[in-house]
Design a protein around this ligand. Structure first.
Ligand code: AMP
Length: 452
């Protein structure tokens, strides 16, 4: 399967794909499009950045094209649920782009914008409705939309839905859908709660998986800079000045942290913007547009806000704070090295975060090389981390009780089955391939001092 013409998609769709300049289907598209066209349920393990949106949108559009019945009032034929406003907007844009020759009726139902216009958009009946769960429930409760005619349900980024506390909302929504629907379920990782949710929603699904972050991880030059907590701001400014940055995405744990980092960067003469949940939809869109256009090269984000950001050309991902969920590290660094490009991921790690670093290294089975702020190897032992228990009870900087290291129910060992780290060799103490002994070794790392 080397061409989009091999799938048997309607000509109106292949024409739009050609106009998008897509020549070769990505692995997730090759695996997903045929079973979806055959009407099967699909469970896909794939991250954003793999071409997942087209993998479900193209066969769905084909189905809509083949059966052009009009949606009844206040109903939708296709429902796509996604965790964030940004991702929802991008999914809708993709449907509109790939379906530009089909004249489909589509709308977005997301929080943070007036509900009235969304009610009006749904009122006449829709082919495709893309929604975040909370706002969709609001519309359902108002009697503005009925889901009993949904033919296809897509649940995107299910694991992020779990992180954001949406699972109950999703169960409520799914309960209103017809049982005879087709369901497509996508998640980057498969913790037990997500596997259970999938089981309750899918009928005899075809399983598809791609290994995006394995290939991505191999193309990313990862480094860690050990710092004293109070010096992170200065180190970040230095790093951004010394690297050749096309676009840098800087992650902080909290919204206030993001704002503080932006303030300090601007004071150091580095233009930067923040994107997080406290920003209005308009502000978020403006900030993203500036970042896409390269007008602001440094975007500081929290994990939730960054989740749906689909911007190619991010040369650097910088973890100002290390995430306490190791999988989040994989999600974060996957924002760079997109579309075949290389990328750099730099983590600033203070003494208290050493325990998070160790969990991350176990997951990715790579010991991330330590460097100084100029990228020169720094083999000296970093300061000792505090005991793990001390991290559990420590007073967090944001004043809220620490939850301690969370792992979404995963054991700390690398998973492999979800594809997030496949292909990264792990060597045992004799240098031979072996099972995880809990001590990652340097593996397949490139020289850490590259600058772009
Ligand atoms: P997604 O994983 O759906 O967020 O897609 C990631 C990026 O890849 C988007 O910018 C898409 O426009 C792009 N894309 C998707 N499929 C293809 C393809 N077959 N060839 C080239 N680019 C693609």
């Amino acid at each position: 399967m080397t061409s989009f013409n091999d799938f048997g998609l309607a000509e109106t769709i292949t024409k739009a794909i050609a106009e998008e300049s897509y020549t070769t289907p990505t692995p997730i598209q090759i695996q997903t499009i045929p079973p979806v066209l055959a009407g099967r349920d699909v469970i896909g393990i794939a991250q954003t950045g793999t071409g997942k949106t087209a993998a479900f949108a193209l066969p769905i559009l084909h189905r809509l094209d083949a059966d052009r019945r009009r949606a009844a009032r206040k109903t939708a034929r296709v429902l796509v649920l996604s965790p964030t406003r940004e991702l929802s907007g991008q999914i809708l844009d993709s449907f509109r782009a790939y379906g530009r020759h089909l004249h489909i009726k589509s709308a977005l139902v997301i929080g943070g914008v007036p509900i009235k216009r969304q009610m009006q958009a749904v009122d006449g009946g829709l082919d495709v409705l893309v929604a975040t769960p909370g706002r969709l429930l609001d519309l359902m409760n108002e009697g503005a939309v009925f889901l009993d005619r949904v033919e296809v349900l897509v649940l995107d980024e299910a694991d992020r839905m779990l992180d954001m506390g949406f699972i109950r909302d999703i169960r409520k929504i799914v309960a209103k859908l017809p049982t005879g629907r087709q369901t497509l379920f996508f998640s980057a990782t498969m913790p037990q709660a997500i596997a259970d949710l999938a089981k309750s929603m899918l009928r005899d699904p075809v399983r598809v998986a791609v290994t995006p972050s394995a290939t991505t991880v191999e193309r990313i030059t990862q480094r860690v800079i050990h710092v004293d907590g109070g010096t992170k701001q200065a180190v970040l400014a230095d790093v951004l000045k010394s690297e050749t940055v096309d676009r840098a995405l800087v992650f902080t744990r909290t919204k206030h942290g993001a704002d503080r980092v932006v303030r300090d960067l601007v004071r150091s003469g580095i233009p930067a913007s923040a994107i997080h949940g406290n920003k209005s939809q308009g502000q978020r869109e403006r900030v993203l547009a500036d970042f896409r256009a390269g007008e602001v090269r440094t975007l500081v984000a929290t994990d939730i806000a960054a989740r749906g950001i689909d911007v190619d050309g991010i040369s650097h991902v910088i973890n100002f704070d290390l995430p306490n969920i190791p999988e989040t590290y994989v999600h974060r660094i996957g924002r760079t090295a997109r579309a075949g490009a290389d990328g750099v991921a730099i983590s600033l790690c203070d003494g208290e975060e050493r325990v998070f670093l160790r969990d991350i290294e176990r997951l990715i089975r790579i010991a991330i090389p330590a460097t100084d702020r100029r990228g020169q190897p720094r083999p000296a032992q970093p300061p000792r981390e505090p005991e793990r228990e001390a991290v559990h009870v420590r007073a967090p900087r944001n004043g809220r009780p620490s939850q301690g290291p969370r792992r979404n129910g995963h054991p700390p060992q690398a998973k492999g089955s979800d594809g997030t780290i496949a292909g990264v060799a792990f060597l045992n103490g004799n240098g031979r391939p072996g099972r995880n002994s809990g001590r990652p070794r340097h593996s397949g790392q490139r020289a850490p001092s590259r600058s772009r």
